[in-house]
Design a binder for this molecule. Sequence first.
Ligand code: ZN
Length: 143
Amino acid sequence: MYQFSRGIYRELASEVQPGRAGGACETRQRLLRDCEAAMERLATDRHYFARPVRTLFNDIRCLFPMSSQMHVLRVIERHVSLAIEYVDTQAREGVTFDGSPLCCHATTRKGTSCQRVPLPGTKYCPSHKHLDDELPELEVTAA
Ligand SMILES: [Zn+2]
C-alpha cells in the first residue's frame, strides 16, 4: 500500500514550501506522514473513507505554494485512484492489503468489534448483514 503514498511523496516532495510545518525537511516528513495515514485509512477502512482525494488534499495543501495546488490535486487523484483500484481487488479476495483478513464492521453486544469475515462485497458478516440496509445514515456520519 505504501507504494502509493511513496508515489505521491516522490512527485511532490520537491515542491513543498517550508513555513507553517517547519523547515523543508519537517515539511517533507509531514507530507509523507499524511500520505501514509491516508493510504492506511483507505486500506483498512475503505467503506467509511468517502472522499480520500479531498481529505488528503485538504491535509497537505498548506504545505505547498499557491502555484502548485492544481498539480498537487492531480497527483493525489492519480495515485489515490490506483490505490482504490488496488484495495478493491484485494477486498474481493477477503483480505486487506497486508494480508490480514477483512473483519465485519459491526460491534458485538459485548462492545467489541466483530471478528467474523464479511460477506463478499459487504461490510458485514452473515449475522450482521441486516445492518447494511438498516442504518444508511451511519455511513454519512462516520465519513
Ligand atoms: Zn459481524
